[in-house]
Design a protein around this ligand. Structure first.
Ligand code: ADP
Ligand code: ZN
Length: 519
């Protein structure tokens, strides 16, 4: 291990390993396989870079992040590490030069895109390989949110080079994903290293969506003026509109999505990395592997598809350990849209079921009256006390007995279907409960329903909150293009008064919680 510590000090200028780094490095240097689950910013890179220096030969790193390979190699070269990459963006001449250096034993590290592996096997046969590192290993899991078919081909590493140790790394893994990584990469003999997924310096906040852009602007202006941040939107169109809108409000905001021309994408990414205080408005195409330590906030203007995605995206905030904000705005329309995307998406019944479960877990996180962090960590199999640094800890939401409102809403759904043979979306139901004689309500004769106007004890926002929470609790279902609501079987006991429903009261105004605990 002295060689490893030596490299840590001489090459990187650090004097101690962090967390489990030392043990992981020892495992790989010894020649054993390892699976490393460590949150973003935890220090995964050193876990394969140091063994690559210490072991004889070249460390081959499989990474899907082609756009970043150049920067990664540059950074290593500046430290005096002999590194190169092979991917589809290179000319044949460039590739030949890298191959020559590999065979001459002049490389400590070689980054390889997974799709290059099949054509590179002959080359690797002739090289001396220190280890294989499989970065972003969750890409091999179909259960996860970022599956890449190329990754399934990585079983060849074990079959063809059984004596070369492998280290698989990821920042995102539930028990299911972890099992799939082990299975699909044949890592049965690997030592598994799980670091805590807690990011104590990130303050988690989830707010009902009212006017998301203005809500966001208020947060930027009051809490993060002039600071770097990432704003995630679901669609390319809303990325562009939001970036433009923020720019109009004096925020340095740039768009990023896969539909932009490559040069513009590269330019925006490099401004975000190099300038201070740039806000990147992006789809989830942005961010994997981005190493910018001082991202002070990550905002989601649309509901993420899964907790894994949410955790990974918010994890890009505060890699430097300083206080940072993860803020999410979500509303009923998000749920409707996501359910529709799942229903319309390709993939078989099993995949759709998995996607539905991912969304359910995400909704439950949004509607919890308990500590967000504890719930998030529980999803990754960790237990934790209430954290004191999330919105529900800082301003505990008031729970109230929502059985009666739930019954009113549910019986409206039932009556509409029974008496009118139709299903409707949330907006129409709320109109009926509030006794609004809108054009639709009148045209369909819904003023005559016995539940017409019986819900005036709550306001429109509160009713929407009730709908969302019943959805999150599995007491209501939403389907189809128009987001029509229906009742699952679980609603029966509530309707019959056999089961109580506890709801969280919607805050009148979205206040900004005080900051507290930091790392
Ligand atoms: P990850 O890949 O897990 O997101 P990185 O490998 O990029 O994380 O490391 C995050 C940051 O922590 C980097 O700036 C890295 O140089 C730093 N770091 C990693 N290990 C150590 C250590 N032992 N001591 C000090 N800093 C470290
Ligand atoms: Zn908390």
């Amino acid at each position: 291990m002295t060689a490893a510590l030596d490299a840590l000090g001489k090459v990187w200028g650090y004097d101690a390993f962090r967390g489990q780094q030392g043990e992981i490095i020892e495992t790989v240097v010894r020649g054993d396989d390892a699976l490393v689950l460590m949150p973003t910013g935890g220090g995964k890179s050193l876990c394969y870079q140091i063994p690559s220096l210490v072991r004889e030969g070249t460390g081959v790193v499989i990474s899907p992040l082609i756009a970043l390979m150049h920067d990664q190699v540059d950074a290593l070269e500046q430290l005096g590490v002999r590194a190169a990459f092979l991917n589809s963006t290179q000319s044949p001449d460039e590739r030949r030069d890298v191959e020559r250096r590999l065979l001459a034993g002049e490389l400590d590290l070689l980054y390889l895109a997974p799709e290059r592996l099949p054509v590179a096997t002959g080359l690797l046969d002739r090289a001396r390989i220190a280890l294989f590192a499989i970065d972003e290993a969750h890409c091999v899991a179909q259960w996860g949110h970022d599956f890449r078919p190329d990754y399934l081909g990585l079983t060849i590493l074990h079959e063809r080079w059984p004596d070369v140790p492998r280290i698989a790394l990821t920042a995102t893994a539930t028990a299911e994903t972890r099992d799939e990584i082990i299975r699909n990469l044949r890592l049965d003999d690997a030592r598994v290293f799980v670091s805590s997924f807690d990011r104590p310096n990130i303050q988690y906040r989830i707010a009902p969506k009212q006017d998301a852009r203005n809500q966001l602007l208020r947060i930027i202006e009051t809490e993060h003026p002039g600071q770097a941040g990432i704003v995630y939107c679901l669609s390319r169109a809303s990325v562009e509109k939001t970036a433009e809108w923020l720019s109009g409000k004096g925020v340095t905001a740039l768009p990023y999505h896969a539909g932009l021309p490559a040069p513009q994408r590269a330019a925006n990414q490099s401004r975000f990395l190099r300038e201070d205080g740039v806000v990147m408005v992006a789809t989830i195409a942005f961010g994997m592997g981005i190493d910018k330590p001082d991202v002070r906030f990550v905002a989601h203007l649309d509901l993420p598809k899964s907790i894994e995605g949410y955790y990974q995206e918010t994890g890009r905030a505060g890699r430097d350990g300083l206080p940072s904000t993860a803020w999410l705005a979500y509303g009923l329309a998000d749920v409707v849209q996501q359910r529709r995307m799942i229903a319309d998406g390709d993939g078989g019944a099993q995949r759709k079921r998995a996607q539905g479960l991912h969304l359910d877990a995400m909704l439950a996180l949004c509607e919890t009256v308990k500590c967000r962090r504890a719930q998030l960590l529980r999803y990754f199999g960790e237990t934790s006390e209430p954290c004191g640094n999330c919105d529900t800890c800082l301003e505990p939401p008031e729970g109230f007995d929502g059985t009666v409102p739930a019954q009113k809403l549910m019986s409206t759904v039932v009556r509409l279907q029974r008496e009118h043979g139709q299903r409707y979306g949330a907006g129409h139901l709320v109109d009926i409960l509030l006794g609004r004689e809108t054009e639709r309500v009148t045209r369909f004769g819904h003023t005559g329903l016995s539940t017409f106007g019986i819900g005036t004890e709550l306001g429109e926002q509160e009713w929407r909150g009730v709908v969302r929470q019943l959805l999150a609790q599995g007491l209501l279902e939403v389907q189809g293009e128009y987001g029509v609501l229906s009742l699952p079987e679980a609603a029966g006991p509530v309707l019959r008064g056999e089961q109580q429903v506890v709801l969280r009261r919607e805050p009148e105004r979205v206040r900004t919680p005080r900051r507290s605990r930091t790392r």
